[in-house]
Ligand binder design. Sequence first.
Ligand SMILES: [Ca+2]
Length: 488
Amino acid sequence: MSYYRAGLSAFLLNLTTLAFFAGCLLMGKTPPAKPSIVFIMADDLGYGDLGCYGQQRIRTPNIDRLAEEGMRFTQAYAGATVCAPSRCSLMTGMHGGHSRIRDNIPHNVWLQPDDFTLAELLKQAGYKTGGVGKWSLGNPGSWGIPLYQGFDYYYGHLNQDQAHFYYPDYLWENHQVVLLDEVVIVNDVGKIRGNRGGQKGMYTHDLFTQKALAFIEKHWEDPFFLYLCYTIPHFSDYPKDSPDHFIVPSDEPYSDEDWPQISKNYAAMITRMDRDVGRLMQKIKELGIDGNTIVFFTSDNGPYDGSIHSVEFFDSNGPLRGVKRDVYEGAIRVPFIARWPGKIHAGQVSDQVLAFWDMMPTFAELTGLPIPPHTDGISMLPALLGKPQQDHEYLYWDYGHVRRTYKQAARWGNWKGVRIGVGSPLELYDLETDPGETTNLAADHPAIVSRIDGIMKTALVPSKEYPIKGLSSAADFLRNAGSMPRTH
Ligand SMILES: [Ca+2]
C-alpha cells in the first residue's frame, strides 16, 4: 500500500468516525428543512367572493384548487376592518387594542424601529424576505418602510393611498422610485407602454405578479418569505358611479354577461388575480419546491360597499352581516386557505377560530424560533397539521377612533359582542346558531354581556395617536402611552 493510499484510508476512517459521532449527537434525527412561506393577501375581498366559499358567478379555479389541495378555514379573522390596521396586526402579531396602527387615519402613524415584524422574525430564522404590493405601514422617509422592518426586498406601494391608482406614474423598489413611464418593456404578454400622461400601459397588479415570480426564481434555493399584497379588488380613485371605480385591463371572461359594466370589472379583477395565483403555483411546482413551500391566501378585510356596484350583486359577504368599516362578521371574517403538500392534508375544511395576529407565533413555531412574548396570537401550526389546538380566550377588534363613530367587537367562545358608539349598549350574538348576527340576545344574557364588556376594557390599551372621544381621558393616554406592548 502506498503512503498516499494509507493516508486516504486514515482520512476516510476519520470521516466515518466524525459522521458516526454527528449521528449520535443528532439522536438519529435530521433537522427539518425550513419551509418557504408565500403569504398572498387580497384587498377588500369578501368572505363570499371565492368559489370555494360559495361564490356562484365569479370564477376562481386556481384559488379553489389551493383549498382543495389544502385547508380552508371558515372562521378566520382579519386584523381589522380596514387596510392599514389589519396589515399592522398581521405584521406585528397584535390585535387592534395593542398594535401601533389602529385605523387608516390619521395618516402619519407608522411602524417604529422597536416594532417587531414577521419579516424580522423570519430573518432570524435565516429567510430571504421579500414583499410585493401594498404596504401601508410606513411612508418614504419614515422608519416604517419595509426595508427598515425586516424585508430584504420590496416592490410596490408604500403609502396606501397611492394604491387606489392601478395605473400610477411610479412604484417603489427598495429605496428607489421606479417610473412607470414611456419606456417600452417586454413581458409575457408582449410589448406594453407605461402610464405617464394618463396612459394605461402598466397595471400594477400585473407588475406585482412579475416581481413576485422574479423573487421566487431568485431565492427558491433558500428558505424565503414572500409577502404578496395584491390590491385587488380594492376600488380605484375613479368616481363611485364610474365603471372604472373597479378598474381592470379587460373584463374577460365576463364581457358577454348582461351585468352592469362595473360589476363585470369587479369580477374580472378577481379572476385576473386568480389567474396569477395559478401562475405562482405553477412556478413553485416547476422549481420543485412545492412540497417545501407553505402557501397562504387571505384578504385584509371584508368587501367594500360604496359604489354603484352593490356588495349584494355577487353576495360578496356570503351569509355574513356587514361590510368593510363595520365590525360585524362580514367586515372581519375573511377567506383563509393554507396549502402545504404532505404536511397539511388535502381537502380539509376547518372551523378553527384564528386571526391575523396568530401568524407571528405560527411562523415562529414553523421555523423553530421561540414565540415572541409580546404577541396576542397563538401558534396555529397544530391546527394546520391536524393536531390538538389551543383556542383563544377572546378576540378583539375596533375601528373609528378618530372618526364620528367608534366601534368595538369581541368574540368570546361563540359569543360575539358589538358596540356601535361609545356608551351605546352592547349587542350580543351567538355565532354558532346565528353567524349572520341577526338576533341581538343581550337582554337574555346579562352575565355574558358583562363578561364581553370586561374583555373590551381589558383589550384596549389607549394610544395617544388614537384618542377616543368620551372613552378615555387625556390622562389615561399619557399614562398608557409609554406602556404599550413592545418587543425588543
Ligand atoms: Ca382593504
